[in-house]
Design a protein around this ligand. Sequence first.
Ligand SMILES: Nc1ncnc2c1ncn2[C@@H]1O[C@H](COP(=O)(O)OP(=O)(O)OP(=O)(O)O)[C@@H](O)[C@H]1O
Length: 673
Amino acid sequence: MALFLINRYLGEEEECRDDDSQSRSKALLAKLQEQARARQQQKTPKGKETEQPGLPVQIDTPRGKQKKTGGEQESTDVEKKEEEKYNARWSRKDPQDNVSDGNSEKPLKSKKRKKAPEGKGKPEEERPAEDGRGKDPGSEEGRDSEETVGEMKEEISEQRETPVQSKDQNQSQSCFTVLGGFEKKAVQKVYRVLPHWLAQPNLIHRDIKSNLVPVVDVPGLCPRLLKKLESCGIQHFFPVQAEVIPAILESAPHGMLVGRGGYRPRDICVSAPTGSGKTLAFVIPVVQMLMKRVVCEVRALAVLPTKELAQQVRKVFCMYAEGTGLRVVMMAGQKSFALEQASLLENNGTGSRSLADIVVATPGRLVDHINKTPGFTLQHLRFLIIDEADRMIDSMHQAWLSHVVKAAYKGGRSSELGSLFRRAEPGPITAASLLSISVILYNLLLIYIHKMRNSTNLDLQSQSLLKKCHTTLLKTQAAFSLAHLLNEYFVPCTLNSKPLIILDFILRLKFSPVLCFTNSREASHRLYLLVRLFGGVQVAEFSSRLSPNERKKTLKEFEQEKIQLLISTDATARGIDVSGVKCVINYDAPQFIRTYVHRVGRTARAGKAGLAFTFLLGVQEKRFLQMLKDAGSPGIQKQIIKPEALKALVPRYEQTLLELETAIQEERATKHI
Ligand SMILES: Nc1ncnc2c1ncn2[C@@H]1O[C@H](COP(=O)(O)OP(=O)(O)OP(=O)(O)O)[C@@H](O)[C@H]1O
């Protein structure tokens, strides 16, 4: 029978006295043997007895099914003898054992295991009762010992329940694997390492005016577009355009498939201040690279968060695509779904034909067309432009992106590309990947403001979209990407003085046109009614209360400076390009820095100067200023409006408040009719 050894921790004393360890082991073993024997004795009367008259009693013990002949008295005598022999053999007994006798399992469980080197164990001659060696195997004593050891093994393996030990139970002592040697180590700190393109972005200047680049100095532009730019009055490119346009055109001579050095062309991620000319930065190269296409297919897709923004971008695409044969189609829900479908595809009997080269879309409508317009495919897509990317990817609409990526990489008409050209998701260059020409999908991400001021803030979604090693990040060196010529002020005020201050700005200080932001459409409407009732100011509101057509008309009038004060919700804050906004007023303080940056970004655009005022109640001041400070704002100044300056407006204002209540009640009444 194979031997095994269980080394266990026997208390603190054991640790100190190494030479005592073996005797303790013996003592423990003896104790276990004794307990096993006692248990066996207890079990005996409960065993199944088959008593036949005239024959000796046969007792079936539950475990060992050990047969005993003779009466019970005989059996007790034999056991007594055994006990005497046993006591003689194990004369040294640990005093602790006497204590633990009554409850044999407790000490075992509470004792820790002792580490022992592999193969180390007691010499064989020191373990007389462990394996029953040296005894007659047929004798009662030998069998008893064997059984006792067997029981002990069972008991110990039950208590330990370690798979390694139960597996090794039958292995010889030399093969026994001693567990342990695991030292407690302090967990090492994990440092985040940014990919190179994120850690070392290409910096672009924030100051537009002093960093203009003559259009003719930008390499790679075709004469047709140079002419077009001239006719649109653009002689210089803004810094972001001077960087992005050549970066995209880089692969133009190689037909969009190969970038610099034979690598796949790089994705581009741009983080630049509001009004720095990002739209033109992608419109010009996309138009130039697609203008020589032969077959009309959807090759560029620009996705924007709102209809207004989509409309704005479509306008710029149309302007520069004019005369090239490229078709620009908008899918933003401004027309009915069927009309949009008709502008996207034409049925020519044998199948459908694309009518769009460049699609400008909002996410919701785009997904609808991917799923519900038969024949609409993004399989030929070369440019995916995500404007306002931080908002688009963060937003709840983010599922749209997976639809687009799926449609681009697994287009419905996949066979049409043929075996030579295929689209494979970017990955490592392998022999297999070089077998066919991969149709590249360029990702252009336009991300703004503070989100990128610390590159680590670029969210993972954006990072995974931009195929990390093939990306160029262009960002301004400024910590906080606000327009260079923007002057920021905060105005301490009370709830009552807020409308008076606005009226003062327009009527006395002659600020116009002014874009004023509130935090809700109800607040916008109330302020609009108040200013209208006060009189003397050309005022309009801009919120989801208006229909898309009304909003379009309002923006146009504002742009034409027919409106002095436009009161808006955050609907206009993002991306809307209204040239000539001199002043932005945050009537309600913005909750988030991102909102603030986009609101104030409606002024000081395209290298012009602008003013931004934020009205702050006493309780808001600390938090707001801290928010700007945390975001690394270059500095906001305090502008105090003296009560005397507002005094002249007060009587009319009080009268207006009364009129306002009546107007609101009338409005409510007409709503209910
Ligand atoms: N090279 C240029 N020369 C003169 N004006 C330009 C030039 N490029 C862009 N503009 C004008 O600058 C304004 C702002 O441009 P654009 O809307 O593209 O900025 P943006 O960076 O996209 O702003 P936002 O971040 O707010 O969306 C537009 O009115 C545009 O016509």
